[in-house]
Design a protein around this ligand. Structure first.
Ligand code: 4NP
Length: 159
């Protein structure tokens, strides 16, 4: 399949150091077990530019490592062009959705990405994926499980 037909997925959370880089790493790892891995482009970004260029939160990295998943992402802020380059922008809570639409959606109608809450794919019905930043490692483990379930269901529906 030509590169232009790749499925282009961008995950966006507030800081781009906990939820979205974890989702990026988990989805990429699941996609790599499928035959069509060349069809996917997966990235993540944040509403804030506070952590620009930094690696993900060490607690999130630890949980990913425990599951054999690597993550080399460096945080970056979302940009208007992301709305033109990606097919889907997955947000994690209602504030992410509001911020994306208010501050980053191109005003000239050139967006092709649709913005969706990733948690709508949760088979357990938890549509908000909470920020674990002020929690402890158990919150990062819960976040991992939540995102993993959503990734599996998203891929099942993408077949
Ligand atoms: P994330 O978590 O949105 O899942 O990356 C956060 C990390 C840092 C901050 C907020 C949320 N912060 O305000 O520094």
């Amino acid at each position: 399949m030509a590169e232009s037909e790749a499925r282009k997925i961008l995950f966006v959370c507030l800081g781009n150091i906990c939820r979205s880089p974890s989702a990026e790493a988990i989805l990429r790892s699941l996609v790599q077990t499928r035959e069509d891995k060349s069809e996917w482009e997966i990235d993540s970004a944040g509403i804030l530019d506070l952590h620009e260029g930094l690696r993900s939160d060490s607690r999130g990295l630890e949980v990913l490592r425990d599951h054999g998943i690597s993550n080399h992402h460096r945080a970056r802020q979302v940009r208007e062009d992301d709305f033109r380059n990606f097919d889907v922008i997955f947000a994690f809570d209602d504030s992410n959705v509001a911020d994306l639409n208010e501050f980053f959606r191109p005003a000239d109608g050139s967006a092709r990405a649709k913005v969706e809450l990733f948690g709508t794919y949760d088979p357990k019905g938890k549509r908000i994926i909470h920020d674990p930043y002020y929690g402890d490692i158990s919150d990062f483990e819960k976040m991992f499980d939540h995102i993993y379930r959503c990734c599996e269901e998203f891929l099942r529906q993408s077949n």
